[in-house]
Ligand binder design. Structure first.
Ligand code: SF4
Ligand code: ZN
Length: 474
């Protein structure tokens, strides 16, 4: 496949490239825009004109520099073997393929896309969706030979995009609803996805009927369809094997698959908890679950939530320390759909443990939250500090407040027993060892750097182990 006739280069080397605001010519979607989406639709062969690009609204060259624009992207595909079931996974490939284009950054998925074009690439001639579409179609055909015909549609007109956007939301909902009818216990196999290993080498998603992939784009049905047509591709079957712990979600087959795909970095995982051995998080999770020790509860925030959350940290700050394919106790990347799952963090107490979340996500997953808990979970409209949160939970008689009473009694007994106990020096000949640890570093502005240390050994002259308020786990 050649891209020599294209004005910019195309290749895997551009995958991790970021286009910062200062280098940006224009952006599409992102937090300032409501109408944005990407979609793949299966069509019949006669419905498609192969390799055609359709642009509805102004093309890139007609747009003003430095602004944000709505964008709908639809890849219409057809072929003898192509069925609707494959739409979800084909659609997810847009992330990867877009990022191969020099100076064209793509983030997120579905209704949450965010693309940026660099000034350099614009000046080189990447000034029309004809070029973007042609590159994407060539990549699709090269990587997925079952696609016989493909056409790309780009919608930038702020009015014309509205009905397309509404339809896209309905399509996503219908896909997710299908998986809701199945339970993890009904199936013999789960599926894996390693698409994100290009930037998180030890990450592999385990996708079950009740655990939608953390990017929110691949359900169990999507992964199954993809594994069937392309067994050597990014999705593969995982035999469940022995159920080691159904409550936490530990399965022999999932452990084995993770061990193999992470090259030994991850050997065990619990699918339905954020403690002990949680699922790894890559970088494209739709939402994050984070532990708040002060109230012994779990809070949730989604990617679009701007500014600090209830613990004072922004989504982006937490995302930097949790991402990269590591298992980070107390932080977990999840999809919004997983919040609707009956197994949602079940080993941690499920919804009874959730204490705070942004109001708009709460509204979106309302049907998954037990009715009696709905008003007891605080949102950004109720409180934005951990101190106030405690008062709120007490006043609303959130079930978590019962745990405080039990824990306070336990702590009082332990404190009495420990009183006067000498501090034990930690023998320097036995360092604390960890396979890896992440340290987020904050610089000026928004940019974050994560320092990942591998094979960590900590030497300390003295170690003081002190219980902080609250306990993890159920
Ligand atoms: Fe695949 Fe998981 Fe990445 Fe989604 S987040 S693309 S399911 S590896
Ligand atoms: Zn990812």
């Amino acid at each position: 496949m050649s891209f020599e006739d294209m004005p910019v280069e195309v290749g895997v080397i551009y995958e991790g490239e970021r286009v910062r605001k200062a280098q940006m010519y224009a952006e599409f979607g992102g937090p300032k825009v409501t109408e944005k989406f990407e979609l793949c639709r299966a069509k019949t062969l006669d419905e498609i004109e192969d390799m055609k690009v359709i642009i509805e609204g102004p093309d890139i060259s007609e747009l003003e520099e430095g602004k944000s624009y709505p964008l709908g992207v639809i890849a219409e595909v057809s072929g003898e073997q192509i069925e609707e079931e494959l739409e979800g996974v084909f659609e997810r490939r847009l992330h990867e393929f877009n990022n191969y284009i020099q100076g064209w950054m793509h983030l997120n998925q579905r209704y949450d896309i965010w693309m940026r074009l660099s000034k350099d690439s614009f000046n080189k001639g990447l000034n029309t969706f004809q070029v973007v579409g042609t590159i994407l179609m060539r990549l699709y055909k090269a990587e997925l030979p079952i696609i016989e015909k493909i056409q790309m549609r780009f919608i930038t007109d702020p009015e014309a995009i509205k009905p397309y956007y509404e339809e896209a939301l309905q399509i996503y909902e219908a896909r997710d609803a299908r998986a809701r009818a199945l339970s993890d216990d009904d199936v013999e196999e789960f599926y894996g996805c390693v698409l994100c290993q290009s930037f998180a080498p030890s990450h592999c998603c385990v996708i079950t009927p009740q655990r939608m992939a953390l990017c929110g784009a691949i359900s169990w049905f999507d992964a199954r369809a993809s594994a069937r047509i392309d067994p050597k591709g990014p999705n593969f079957k995982i035999d469940k094997g022995e159920v080691i712990d159904a409550f936490k979600g530990e399965y022999e087959g999932a452990n084995e698959a993770l061990k193999e795909k992470s090259l030994g970095e991850v050997t065990r995982v619990f699918l339905h908890t954020m403690f002990e051995l949680p699922h790894t998080s890559c970088g494209c999770f739709e939402a994050i679950a984070f532990y708040i020790p002060e109230v012994d509860g779990i809070a949730l925030a989604h990617r679009d939530f701007r500014g600090p959350t209830v613990n004072g940290l922004a989504f982006s700050t937490m995302a930097t320390s949790v991402g990269g394919g590591l298992q980070t106790e107390g932080f977990l990347g999840i999809s919004i759909e997983y919040m609707r799952s009956p197994k949602f963090l079940q080993a941690d107490g499920g919804w009874e443990r959730i204490v705070w979340m942004p109001a708009d996500v709460k509204e979106r997953v309302k049907d998954g939250i037990p009715e009696e808990l709905f008003d007891k979970i605080a949102t950004d409209a109720d409180t934005m500090s951990v101190d106030d949160l405690k008062g709120f939970l007490k006043e609303k008689q959130h079930p978590i407040s019962e745990r405080w009473a039990e824990e306070e009694a336990e702590e009082a007994i332990e404190a009495a027993a420990e009183e006067g106990a000498p501090m034990m020096p930690y023998p320097t000949s036995q360092p604390i060892q960890m396979s890896s640890m992440n340290i987020p570093l904050t610089g000026a502005g928004q940019d974050m750097i994560t320092l990942t240390l591998k094979g960590v050994k900590i030497f300390a002259e003295k170690a003081i182990i002190k219980r902080t308020k609250g306990k993890k786990g159920k």
